[in-house]
Design a protein around this ligand. Structure first.
Ligand code: ADP
Ligand code: MG
Length: 580
């Protein structure tokens, strides 16, 4: 075979590698988590493909991951019997094609000055974590169903080589890390054991540690086989009482590729006509790509412990797209087709239950915070160390805008979502629930008043609040762009309609004045005012639809108002921006 020539990495991959190689990041052990996670994915993929094509497993049906340190050579090898890669896979996955997360990773790294490398997996570039500890990485791999193996090698700096191998290569992938001088600690089998226990215990494939063979002279006891470190069973199948918080957390980190404390969790088994297990997590920190249409879906579907797909958008509504986890069905066929899933009754029913479970769990969180009246945690110096629990209010501040999409998409759960919602208001500086708002409503007040705009701070001094303020009527300050959409759809909460102060005649006249200011009201518009209105109409011409005398202002002379049945002003501006 011709000697492989060195191919350069794409510019973006090169920059990711530069950051990884030069990082002084202390928790370098995450490299093992990322490589084990890839090995486990590879086993999952093969198990799935072998359902339709059992011959793919030929020769070696056992799916497993082996970790083998070699002190003499100064290497650690991670081997899996999974799907493997052919030449094109190697090119696409380990070097040239910039994956969608690469640019994002660089962006995030640039902003922070230094990258939070624990998040590397979330950006889809976890493989490169290998270069935190290695100055050379060799990947030997053979794809299931093919005969030729390939060797991919790189120092992470100058580029990579790929060459076909003439010798027989076992199916799957073997990654050998040539450890840097200062990373030899990862040769220690106790250290490796500890890392696997911490990060990878929930991996459903057995992880074996291959201890180094003692020197040949010693007539060692009967050859000890590699030792299995993890439990090797799917975490969600174990009884809840036997799963520790740490195990749940690590599993969440694995499925979500993130590193925060899960904010909420549901783990349940549905029995009866439809049997399945669900284990879902709500993050406490906002994933970076919630508005990316190409974002991977957070919930993986398994059938009888076999991974089927992580690309089934139908498992949860879009407004819960920050949720991650697994659903494992007992009833679906292993060879179920995408069409069956997408439009099938099983997924529809699971979606309904999963949605309800998540919303109810969030409701519990909200009630808990309300009773504790927990303070918002101050932002710690080091975000990484932040493991404190987040209050519901501060969680809402990050995720509320997404949950609000459900207010117009999901009529069935609208009431519960309205109860989960928190709003800024003219009543104090904190957040309020609608229930609290209704309790504070004035005598004669029939509607929930709101005003919408770009920022709550700017809204607080809006001239259209003057009458409401004078009457002591509370007004909600809507500053999420999504508010325009759901407010157009949702007519009421507990029989109280939502009314915009910037739209037509928001009727505050039925609300009693808190302080008598009768004198001003008695002043009836006279001829002077009529003349002023006529002149304004003439002067403004087409620019306005009408000029009217208003009672809603106290200190300001004029204000702009949208038509009662027309679009709200802010929505109008939004739509205009889109058209431009
Ligand atoms: P991610 O796992 O998020 O896709 P990685 O950088 O960790 O990102 O891995 C990139 C890709 O390389 C994987 O998606 C997979 O296609 C391939 N890959 C990595 N390790 C293995 C492996 N052990 N076996 C098969 N394919 C692998
Ligand atoms: Mg990965």
């Amino acid at each position: 075979a011709p000697a492989a020539s060195t191919q350069p990495f794409t510019a973006e991959v090169g920059r990711v590698l530069e950051i990884v190689i030069n990082s002084l990041y202390k928790e370098r052990e995450i490299f093992l988590r990322e490589l084990i996670s890839n090995a486990s994915d590879a086993c999952d993929k093969l198990r799935y493909e072998a359902i339709a094509e059992p011959s793919l497993l030929a020769g070696d049906a056992e799916l497993k991951i082996t970790i083998a340190p070699d002190a003499k050579a100064g290497t650690i090898a991670i081997t899996d019997t999974g799907i493997g890669m052919d030449r094109q896979d190697l090119i696409d996955n380990l070097g040239t094609i910039a994956r969608s997360g690469t640019a994002r990773f660089l962006e995030a790294a640039g902003q922070a000055g230094k990258a939070d490398l624990r998040l590397i997996g979330q950006f889809g570039v976890g493989f490169y974590a290998a270069f935190m500890v290695a100055d050379k990485v060799s990947v030997t791999t053979r794809k299931a169903g093919t005969t030729t193996g390939h060797l991919w090698e790189s120092d992470g700096k100058t580029g990579y080589t790929i060459s076909p191998l003439e010798t027989e290569v076992p199916r799957g992938t073997r990654i050998v890390l040539h450890l840097k001088e200062d990373a030899k600690e990862f040769l220690d089998s106790w250290k490796i054991r500890g890392i696997i226990r911490t990060y990878s215990d929930h991996i459903a494939v057995p992880i074996l540690l291959e201890e180094q063979k003692e020197s040949k002279e010693e007539p060692s006891e009967t050859e000890k086989g590699p030792e299995q470190i993890n439990e090797g069973s799917a975490l969600w199948t174990r009884p809840r009482s036997e799963i520790s918080e740490e195990q749940y957390r690590e599993f969440y980190h694995h499925v979500a590729h993130s590193f925060d404390e899960p904010f909420a969790r549901v783990h349940f088994t549905a029995e009866g006509t439809l049997a399945y297990t669900g284990l879902l997590f709500v993050p406490s920190q906002k994933p970076f790509d919630l508005y990316d249409p190409k974002r991977r879906h957070g919930v993986k579907l398994y059938v009888k412990r076999v991974f089927i797909t992580d690309d089934l958008a139908e498992l949860l509504p879009r407004y819960l797209r920050f949720v991650s986890g697994i659903v494992d069905s007992e009833d679906l066929q292993l060879n179920v087709s995408r069409e069956t899933l997408q439009h099938g009754p099983v997924v529809t029913r699971m979606r309904k239950v999963l949605t309800k479970r998540v919303i109810d769990e969030l409701g519990k969180k909200a009630a808990l915070t309300a009773s504790e009246n927990a303070a918002t945690p101050t932002e710690g110096e080091e975000k990484a160390e932040q493991t404190e629990t987040v209050s519901y209010e501060s969680w809402w501040t990050d995720f509320g805008a997404i949950l609000k999409e459900g207010l117009y998409e999901d009529q069935e759960n609208r009431k519960k979502l309205l109860e989960l919602a928190r709003f800024k208001s003219t009543h104090g500086s904190g957040l309020t629930t609608l229930e609290q708002y209704v309790q504070r409503m004035k005598e004669g007040q029939e509607s929930i008043f709101y005003i919408s705009g770009e920022s709550a701070e700017a809204l607080r001094t809006h001239p259209q609040l003057e009458e409401a303020n004078a009457k002591g009527v509370e007004v909600l300050l809507m500053d999420d762009p999504v508010d325009e959409f759901w407010l157009g759809e949702v007519n009421e909460y507990e029989g109280k309609s939502f009314k915009s102060l910037t739209k037509g005649e928001a009727d505050l006249s039925k609300v009693a004045e808190s302080e008598p200011e009768k004198k001003e009201e008695e002043a009836t518009p006279g001829e002077d005012l009529d003349r002023l209105v006529a002149r304004l109409k003439l002067g403004l011409g087409e620019a306005v639809k009408d000029v009217r005398i208003s009672k809603r202002l106290r200190d300001s002379a004029v204000c702009l108002v949208a038509e009662e049945h027309g679009l709200d002003m802010r929505l109008e501006r939004l739509l205009k921006q889109h058209r431009e």
